[in-house]
Design a protein around this ligand. Structure first.
Ligand SMILES: CC(=O)SCCNC(=O)CCNC(=O)[C@H](O)C(C)(C)COP(=O)(O)OP(=O)(O)OC[C@H]1O[C@@H](n2cnc3c(N)ncnc32)[C@H](O)[C@@H]1OP(=O)(O)O
Ligand SMILES: O=C([O-])CC(=O)C(=O)O
Length: 371
């Protein structure tokens, strides 16, 4: 009898990228509590890929590399303009565009460490540009290139909105990027590793990972949290909404976790960010509703919120469209996917588990005319 449905508790690889021990999350040995407080997202990318924090001049050079690689091939922009803009999820656009990017990268199938590093930079730099460009095209606007003097976080908001964000928005968005960068062997990272363990290329690994992140049980939950909050709409409707959801055994988006049973260490940061942004914007309804939902779900079901719960009200208060919440997760998580993909290449073995067969056996083939 299968004891590990969904591979729960199975240790499938060794890794030195990030760890979850006693409900504490570290990137390359550094606590995310410190990183969220002090680090720029660019430092986190550097840390994940180089296994050390950058010195100032290394960070400056790294930022520059990201900036100069953020432009999109003209052919891709032309294609983006041809895509439908209604009833299409930006995650599907991102998945398609990352796959398409490989067609315009002469090194796509180059396997040297140097070529893989160059591809890593291109992917990290171009993914935010793709999302911002598509969002602008959907609004009938032209995509805009980044400004080299801005941080990674500020540049994304600039490419999206066409205006340089204020320091509070930049700081909050940077922190959200830091908190989402890596998370051990989550479903999308595992997907990416399985893909490249066949010695397929990095674009294929990232495309596969984007497909896995899109699902509502994983990164897709953040958008659904906001949908749920908007559907409930008033604090007085929370109790009846949850009562009905509990009776119907519905999964409440943004709660529960495969690994954390006592709480996701990222949620407290996002809760506080949500509180602060509610104060700054004066739009405290979503934060107040979220707090009340957390209280009820914790006491009734013993389920704490995960990273996706408070990120919803944070992104909403930053003025980000709801269908961009999961693509933003990808903007950050691509840094972790790449670190894992590089680690997989370094010490590769095909990932190929077994299945316990439970179907019928010894059936007799009946010719089609006799069925
Ligand atoms: C970035 C991320 O990916 S974080 C996760 C984002 N996903 C979500 O927020 C979606 C909502 N949450 C869930 O669906 C789940 O908690 C998951 C997918 C995150 C984890 O799933 P699993 O580890 O398989 O937990 P599982 O589904 O077995 O849950 C264990 C029990 O808690 C219940 N439970 C878990 N999460 C929830 C939830 N969000 N709402 C209601 N009940 C829940 C289950 O129904 C189950 O109850 P049972 O034992 O009575 O059947
Ligand atoms: O680890 C997981 O299963 C999901 C998660 O929280 C993440 O990817 O950040």
């Amino acid at each position: 009898m299968l004891k590990t449905k969904g591979l729960e508790g199975v240790v499938a690889t060794t890794s030195s990228v990030s760890s979850i021990v006693d409900d504490m999350l570290t990137y390359r040995g550094f606590s995310i509590d410190d990183l969220a407080q002090f680090a720029d997202f660019e430092e986190i990318i550097y840390l994940l890929w180089h296994n050390k924090l950058p010195k100032l001049e290394q960070l400056t050079e790294f930022r520059n590399e990201l900036n100069v690689n953020a432009s999109l091939p003209e052919e891709l922009i032309a294609q983006l303009k041809l895509f439908p803009t209604k009833n299409i999820h930006p995650m599907a656009v991102l998945r398609t565009c990352v796959s398409t990017l490989a067609l315009y990268d002469e090194e796509a199938d180059e396997t040297s460490d140097q070529a893989n590093y160059r591809k890593a930079i291109r992917l990290q730099a171009k993914i935010p540009a793709i999302i911002a460009a598509y969002a602008r095209i959907c609004e009938g606007k032209e995509p805009i290139p980044p400004i080299s003097s801005l941080s990674f976080a500020a540049n994304f908001l600039y490419m999206l909105n066409g205006a340089i964000p204020n320091s509070k928005s930049e700081e909050a968005f940077n922190k959200a990027l830091v908190l989402h960068a890596d998370h051990e062997l989550n479903a999308s990272t595992f997907t990416g590793r399985v893909c490249v363990a066949t010695l397929s290329d990095m674009y294929s690994g990232i495309t596969a990972a984007i497909g896995a992140l899109k699902g509502p049980l994983h990164g897709g939950a953040n958008e659904r949290v906001m949908k749920m909050l908007a559907e409930i709409d008033e604090i007085d409707y929370i109790e009846p909404y949850l009562k009905r959801a509990f009776i119907n055994k519905e999964k409440i988006m943004g709660f529960g976790h495969r690994v954390y049973k006592n709480g996701d260490p990222r949620a407290k940061h996002l809760r506080e960010m949500s509180r602060q942004l509610a104060e700054v914007t004066g739009e405290d309804k979503w934060y107040n509703m979220s707090i009340m939902m957390e209280e009820i779900i914790r006491s009734e079901k013993g389920l704490p919120p995960n990273v996706d719960f408070y990120s919803a009200s944070v992104y909403h208060c930053l003025g980000i469209k709801h269908n961009l919440f999961t693509p933003i997760f990808a903007v950050s998580r691509v840094s972790g996917w790449i670190a894992h993909i590089l680690e997989q290449y370094e010490n590769n073995r095909l990932i190929r588990p077994r299945a316990e067969y439970i179907g019928p056996k010894h059936l007799e083939y009946i010719p089609i005319a006799e069925r």
